[in-house]
Design a protein around this ligand. Structure first.
Ligand code: TMP
Length: 206
């Protein structure tokens, strides 16, 4: 079984953290050597950047955030992702460059960010084996987020922002190869079964 680079993407309140735990359980149960990394984050540098970007008090511009996301990403890519893939490990990355295109480029309507995506897409997408795209309706996302006691600056932007994110993700992933779309609107166990079936396909167990 060859090692894979799997990216997990999706809007807010789609249950990404929970589903990533299911992915980890699957990898452990199947004795697949893996690392889990995230964006922004992954390295100590990236985690520091995460704190800066997600702090609304900094009141940063769309392009400023994007450059920071990209700085965090390049460190994650060079220092964590590539070495792990070279060592034969499977890599699961919680968000990747599609998040910047969706949040800052399309929803933020920033043409410089879209241009940066065009430059870096060839580098970053080259290594991806599979994208797991988690989605639900914006209304369901909103309902889930509303129950949280703490939200970060992107989670707290309301229903119409969630609708924009959802439309942008559909636009970006529509027709793309190597994508598994998982609807997380249903009961957690149904979603889990669908996710496990997809993982079986990715790892060619069935
Ligand atoms: P998380 O909550 O999924 O860990 O992601 C952190 C937040 O950062 C989330 O609200 C999405 C946002 N984000 C962007 O806006 N652009 C990006 O490029 C990335 C990686 C995350």
């Amino acid at each position: 079984m060859s090692n894979k680079f799997i990216v997990v993407e999706g809007s807010e309140g789609v249950g990404k953290s929970y589903q990533i735990k299911i992915i980890e359980r699957y990898l452990i149960d199947n004795k697949i050597d893996y690392i889990l990394t995230r964006e922004p984050g992954g390295t100590n540098f990236g985690e520091s950047i995460r704190d800066i970007i997600l702090n609304d008090d900094n009141n940063t511009e769309e392009l400023t955030d994007s450059l920071l996301f990209y700085a965090s990403r390049y460190e994650n890519y060079k220092k964590i992702i590539l070495p792990a893939l070279d060592a034969g490990k499977t890599v699961v990355c919680d968000r990747y460059h599609y998040s910047t295109l969706v949040y800052q480029g399309i929803v933020g309507n920033n043409s410089s960010v879209k241009a940066i995506h065009e430059i870096f897409d060839a580098i970053y997408s080259k290594m991806i084996d599979h994208i797991i795209y988690l989605y639900t309706t914006p209304k369901e996302s909103f309902k889930r987020i509303s129950k949280r006691s703490v939200t970060d600056k992107f989670e707290s932007r309301g229903l119409s922002y969630l609708e924009d994110l959802s439309n942008a993700y559909e636009l970006v992933f529509n027709g793309m190869k190597n994508i598994t779309k998982i609807d997380t609107s249903e009961d957690k166990n149904i979603t889990k079964d669908n996710l496990i079936k997809s993982l079986d396909k990715i790892f060619k167990k069935k």
